[in-house]
Ligand binder design. Structure first.
Ligand SMILES: Cc1cc2nc3c(=O)[nH]c(=O)nc-3n(C[C@H](O)[C@H](O)[C@H](O)COP(=O)(O)O)c2cc1C
Length: 217
């Protein structure tokens, strides 16, 4: 008789401990070396991303690697404008702290990926997304998490930048209007490695270990 309580795989205790360690050590990186990331490695990371679950098996992820200097300059300009606007929401010491934070590594990161969700994918025949259209974006987030963890396991850092007006990024990159921006990822080898999130180290926010994220009804 098959023991269904055991996974049909060869994962062992060492692997399980390493997996948790990987979750603990994944960081959002904003300080990158300019050293290139080998193309074969990038392809491997994208293959890992594509193993993610997706609503109705629609695989709605669309990745654009932004390589041209001309486009990257427009992206940086858009980030600077959006970040300036965002900083106006704060005042006093908080504003000063916000302005001192490095919230993107756009200039140094050797690889830029704009990651979109196709809001009208033919694939999947609409399963699951009739009731929750946002499940397309959730699917793309799952793919990004795969990419992020696979990258970290290879010593490659990922920084997720959301300080953009999505419609501006879609226009700069001339993407179809049905594509929704989910993330702009900076990818490259980190300058330094930390166990603690940068925002915690710099006094912006702390992990809330007391928060009861799991409730019972
Ligand atoms: C959806 C999303 C958007 C984010 N956008 C930004 C951003 O624009 N700039 C930034 O510096 N970090 C951004 N981050 C990274 C978070 O600040 C970071 O994950 C958090 O501080 C915890 O740090 P850690 O990822 O190193 O654990 C984003 C993360 C997520 C999940």
């Amino acid at each position: 008789m098959t023991d269904t309580s055991r996974p049909a795989s060869d994962f062992d205790d060492l692997f399980r401990a390493s997996l948790i360690r990987l979750f603990q050590l994944r960081r959002d990186v904003r300080h990158f070396q300019t050293k290139p990331v080998p193309m074969d490695l990038l392809k491997k990371l994208v293959r890992a991303a594509k193993l993610a679950p997706s609503v109705g098996l629609s695989e709605p992820w669309r990745l654009i690697s932004v390589e041209s200097d001309h486009l990257r300059k427009q992206i940086v300009d858009e980030y600077v404008a959006a970040n300036q606007q965002a900083s106006e929401l704060y005042s006093g010491d908080t504003k000063g702290l916000y302005q001192s934070l490095k919230l993107a590594g756009l200039k140094e990161a050797p690889v830029h990926f704009a990651v979109f969700a196709d809001a009208e994918p033919a694939q999947g025949k609409g399963l699951g997304r009739q009731t929750m259209p946002e499940s397309l974006e959730y699917s793309v987030v799952a793919a990004i998490q795969n990419f992020w963890l696979a990258a970290r396991a290879e010593g490659v850092g990922v920084g997720w930048v959301s300080i953009f007006r999505p419609e501006r990024v879609t226009a700069i990159l001339q993407c179809p209007p049905s594509w929704r921006l989910v993330a702009y990822l900076c990818v490259g080898y980190p300058v330094e490695e930390h166990e603690t999130p940068e925002l915690e180290r710099l006094g912006w926010e702390n992990r809330d270990n007391a928060q009861d994220a799991w409730q019972v009804r």
